[in-house]
Design a protein around this ligand. Structure first.
Ligand SMILES: *[C@@H]1O[C@H](CO)[C@@H](O)[C@H](O)[C@H]1NC(C)=O
Ligand SMILES: *[C@@H]1O[C@H](CO)[C@@H](O)[C@H](O)[C@H]1NC(C)=O
Ligand SMILES: *[C@@H]1O[C@H](CO)[C@@H](O)[C@H](O)[C@H]1NC(C)=O
Ligand SMILES: *[C@@H]1O[C@H](CO)[C@@H](O)[C@H](O)[C@H]1NC(C)=O
Ligand SMILES: CC(=O)N[C@H]1CO[C@H](CO)[C@@H](O)[C@@H]1O
Length: 494
């Protein structure tokens, strides 16, 4: 669910990202080792949670298909007290990160409540490979429904194997897995006692222009001029792009890897989306405490971007926009920006597990084309960017998966029919959301019932409640974590 630099990293700068993740992973490992030296009570050799494997059915909805595969999970028994609950962290559209087995708000809840902690990687991501490749035939087994059935079977079999059938299971997840956490409780209420569905987009929609509307208001909450300046810059860029004579300058200004070539509408949209993505990513993750995940804290916040957009010493708004793009490259140690749509096409079409798709981008694109939409388009007038309309995304579904706009409309409607969209009838699900986070536009931000409460956090971004607490957290974020804990305490007594 990433828009810009991360997407560009995934698709076009794979090598850089791999190097960077490798370095981050190495750093994390070293961090753990240091921790081991200092704290002899740590029970995990090397501080690394080993891969565990669970035998899972390929197709839960076809009793005649007996094919199986191995799904990865992690377990942490350190906090478990007999009779305590079982926590299940739901993996999402990327590699499951074992750092979560030691850090995060759910771990502090687990310590207090004596919970046993599992995390199950989502099928088709990370090391959980149900099929030999990622062809369209294989991807028919990639869906949220299959993922929920994986969770259900994991829950049932693991409870039997470990004598946890009478324990109360609580599901956790953030973002898409947040929606899965809510739907797990909704669809399998006999298996899950309660769910914490952080920043969960529970409503599927093909066109999601509200995303950029929230980006606009989040920038405006820092400085009312900020989105206006971004709009001036973006409009100026679009004007320049009409004249190929300016392409040498644009190539230099945005530090592109090779001279800009715009042959089709898609080329143009791709370029503009990537630049807008700088703002989308910074807003979505503004001040989230993600360092433990191996995500580099660049220190680039909404305040930094809006500060640059208002800084006349950087030139006109267009020049400031270019300066932001260069800053993002530097922050992630990327030499140049690859805005070549053809290389994105080539990478996304690769059906090998080891290729560029190892980061999960092809798989998530498939899920958006076949279940959710969620396209963060410029189709609203109440936002500062332009140039990536719905058609641009529909073209990709057609090109990569032969999924037409009509089919996508139908399938997204079916998704809401199946999961009930905003109209959730259940109990014991809490929906934390952040006001800065563009995804709250598809989330539950007002209590449905006292038993389906929203925790709307003013001033925080995506999944902020899930990250480890730190001293500079906003007081309302601290209160939100306490509120969720109180709810869990109450619900576990029921
Ligand atoms: C490119 O930038 C230079 C320096 O700012 C400027 O003098 C020139 O007019 C620009 N070229 C075009 C085609 O816009
Ligand atoms: C874009 O990428 C394609 C495929 O890798 C390559 O053939 C082409 O030369 C590239 N175009 C530019 C302008 O770099
Ligand atoms: C897919 O990626 C793999 C690994 O990078 C590569 O060996 C293979 O040639 C690629 N396949 C295609 C069709 O480009
Ligand atoms: C694409 O889908 C259409 C409609 O389902 C089908 O008729 C066509 O054969 C498909 N094309 C390819 C290349 O799979
Ligand atoms: C914008 C919005 O939806 N705000 C609501 C968030 O949820 C709280 C309840 O937790 C409501 O009081 C707000 O009105």
């Amino acid at each position: 669910m990433h828009a810009g630099i991360l997407k560009s990293l995934l698709a076009k700068q794979t090598i850089f990202l791999l190097l960077w993740l490798f370095a981050a992973g190495e750093k994390r490992l070293k961090g753990f080792q240091r921790f081991e030296e200092e704290d002899n009570s740590a029970r995990h050799l090397g501080g690394v949670f080993e891969d565990q494997w669970f035998i899972q059915k390929l197709d839960h909805f076809n009793g005649a298909d007996d094919r199986e595969w191995k799904q990865r999970y992690f377990v942490n028994e350190d906090f478990y007290r007999p009779g305590g609950p079982v926590f299940l962290m739901i993996g999402g559209e990327g590699t499951a990160n074992p750092a979560w087995m030691r850090y995060g708000t759910w771990i502090t809840y687990a310590e207090k409540l004596g919970a046993l902690c599992f995390m199950l990687e989502h099928r088709f991501y990370g090391k959980s490979h149900p099929t030999p490749d990622l062809s369209k035939e294989s991807l028919q087994f990639l869906s949220s429904r299959q993922a929920l059935a994986d969770l259900a079977h994991f829950r049932t079999a693991m409870a039997e194997a470990r004598g946890l059938t009478s324990s109360k299971w609580v599901a956790f997840g953030g973002s898409y897995p947040g929606a899965l956490a809510a739907w797990f409780r909704l669809k399998y209420p006999h298996l899950v006692h309660a769910s914490v569905a952080s920043s969960a987009p529970v409503f599927a929609t093909v066109d999601f222009p509200e995303y950029l509307e929230v980006v606009r208001s989040s920038l405006a909450s820092e400085d009312p001029q900020c989105p206006l300046l971004v709009k001036q810059a973006s409009d100026a860029l679009v004007e320049l792009l009409k004249n190929p004579k300016t392409y040498d300058n644009i190539t230099q200004d945005f530090r592109l890897c090779s001279k800009l070539q715009i042959q089709t509408d898609v080329d143009l949209s791709y370029f503009l989306e990537m630049l807008a993505g700088n703002f989308m990513d910074v807003v979505q993750y503004n001040e989230d405490n993600r360092e433990f995940e191996g995500v580099k804290d660049t220190g680039i916040t909404i305040q930094v971007l809006c500060g640059m957009m208002a800084d006349p010493s950087l030139g006109d708004p267009y020049a400031r926009y270019a300066a932001v793009a260069r800053l993002m490259l530097e922050a992630f140690s990327i030499e140049c920006l690859n805005v070549n749509f053809s290389s994105f096409q080539r990478d996304t079409a690769n059906t090998s597990w080891e290729g560029p798709s190892s980061m999960g981008e092809r798989q998530w694109l498939y899920q958006t084309c076949s279940e959710f939409g969620f396209y963060q388009t410029t189709d609203s007038p109440n936002q500062p960017f332009s140039g990536f309309p719905l058609q641009y995304f529909l073209t990709q579904c057609a090109e990569f998966f032969n999924i037409s706009a009509e089919l996508l409309d139908e399938t997204v409607e079916e998704t809401n029919e199946y999961y009930s969209g905003y109209d959730i009838h259940s109990t014991r699900i809490v929906f934390p959301n952040g006001s800065i986070d563009p995804w709250h536009a598809l989330g539950i931000t007002m209590d449905i019932t006292p038993n389906l409460p929203a925790v709307f956090i003013k001033g925080t971004a995506h999944c902020a409640d899930m990250y480890p607490a730190r001293s500079q957290d906003l007081p309302q974020l601290t209160l939100a974590r306490e509120r969720i804990f109180t709810l869990l305490q109450q619900w576990l007594k029921q």
